[in-house]
Unconditional design. Sequence first.
Length: 201
Amino acid sequence: MKDNKYSRRYIIGSLVLLSVFIIDIFIPLGAAVGVLYVCSIVLLIYEKEKIILFFSILTTFFILLVLILTATRDTTWMVYVNRSSSIIAIWVLYYVSVKHKQLSERNKIYIHQLEQKNKELERSEFLLNETGSLAKVGGWDLDLKTMTTYFSEETFRIYEIPMGTPPAVEDGIKFYAPEAQEFVQKTVAEAIENHKEYNIE
């Protein structure tokens, strides 16, 4: 399907360009002809970079060729300005199309990598939850920017609290034995302040 679409665009773009070239030779359109030349490139915007480059070169050649064939001593400077503007517009369009294709390719690669990472993360989370469930071991995490806690599924079960609603940091300390709460609170505060790891048995 894609090959057929590209072939149609290629044929249509070629016919439009040839038609504009013929019209440009026999009918003086002034500045309007530049728009028509640019339109022939726009039709090929989704083609391969080599095809767009080929048509950009060919269109530039046609514009200059018509100017050489039709220019006389009476030709005004505006004609040269219009032709120059058309050529500039064509190459700006070529540059933009190439950059757009490059960004699209990078986005595809990035999205693919992101999907792979998400799959790996889901797999790791599943294994962690399964392992924690079998071993009756839970885990939790703390986002220091938002001071939000994250609990594993087994931690919710151990603490017997509703799934998906981890308590605030200060409330989480209360799950420890009363005699250990002050020590745990002090250890966590030091770890946050000094960016140090800690391990409480």
